[in-house]
Design a protein around this ligand. Structure first.
Ligand code: ADP
Length: 274
């Protein structure tokens, strides 16, 4: 039983068992198409994402990772079973901020205007928006870039703006579909480090899709490997690594536990692809 103090002091960030999960997926299946052309992409699959968790979905292409993310975002409805976000039916744009592989910024707007628009949709008064834009840009390592055009910044910076825009909505759930896959290796590592820090410090719940086993171990508090079509849970493992937001990334990657988790998840992904 949680004490009243536990409830007051924001157990949300630690995701205690006493609390309802941020995301609940119950016996879900998903089919695309009808009749002879129907493809069962997913399930049956059940999983809970506790508030404050950083869950990474990892698995081979076609294992239903994007489908599961779309169901949680409310872009699709399951063919059977139930998906709930904070106990309710997910609706696009309502409960979660979403980040895609491509930044999808408005090219005719400045960096700041792209974020300001999201703040407007979130109901933030106009007078407060410039300060909030600066705060969000600072949080993703882009302080002072508000006046730049989106085409004047690099692909990695654009993706940082996309993350800031997703955070601008003030939602406590972030859904990310291979957001770093199109970036060069060095930029990708930097963004992983910054996203890990943002997640550790804010306690925002995240569900992140990737092909990369290393990315899964580095970013997550829990990794779920999906098996190849229709996707089901092949492995569900807690990533019990230090997470204060101040870790040295190289030190983290050098931990013996890190290598062991990489090996375990890598083997499961290889098996899942067979
Ligand atoms: P992943 O993200 O793991 O690569 P997806 O969720 O994209 O997997 O796809 C899972 C399966 O569903 C694949 O067989 C894919 O071809 C199929 N699929 C995905 N989207 C559609 C769609 N819009 N129409 C028909 N089939 C689809």
């Amino acid at each position: 039983m949680p004490s009243p103090d536990d409830l007051r002091t924001g157990a949300r960030a630690t995701g205690t068992a006493a609390e309802a999960p941020a995301v609940s997926v119950r016996e879900v299946t998903h089919r695309y198409g009808r009749g002879a052309d129907a493809v069962t992409a997913l399930g049956p699959l059940s999983l809970d994402v506790p508030a404050g968790a950083f869950l990474v979905l990892v698995g081979p292409s076609g294992s239903g990772k994007s489908t599961l993310l779309r169901l949680i975002a409310g872009f699709e409805r399951p063919s059977s079973g139930e998906v709930a976000v904070h106990g309710g039916t997910p609706e696009p744009g309502r409960q979660a901020g979403v980040v895609f592989q491509q930044p999808r910024l408005f090219p005719w707007r400045t960096v700041g205007e792209n974020i300001s628009l999201a703040l407007r949709y979130a109901g933030v008064p106009r007078a407060e928006r410039p300060e909030r834009v600066e705060e969000l840009l600072e949080r993703v390592g882009l302080a002072g870039t508000a006046r730049r055009r989106t085409w004047q910044i690099s692909g990695g910076q654009q993706q940082r703006v996309a993350i800031a825009r997703a955070l601008a909505g003030g939602k406590d759930l972030l859904l990310l579909n291979e957001p770093f896959a199109a970036l060069d290796a060095l930029t990708r590592e930097r963004l992983q480090e910054d996203l890990r820090t943002v997640s550790s410090r804010t306690g925002i719940t995240s569900v992140f899709v990737t092909h990369s086993v290393d990315e899964a171990v580095f970013l997550s508090t829990r990794a779920v490997v999906l098996s190849f079509g229709p996707g089901t849970v092949a492995l569900d493992v807690a990533i019990d690594l230090p997470r204060t937001g101040d870790e040295d990334p190289d030190g983290l990657r050098g931990l013996p536990g890190y290598a062991a988790l990489r090996a375990e998840i890598g083997a499961a992904v290889r098996d899942a692809a067979r």
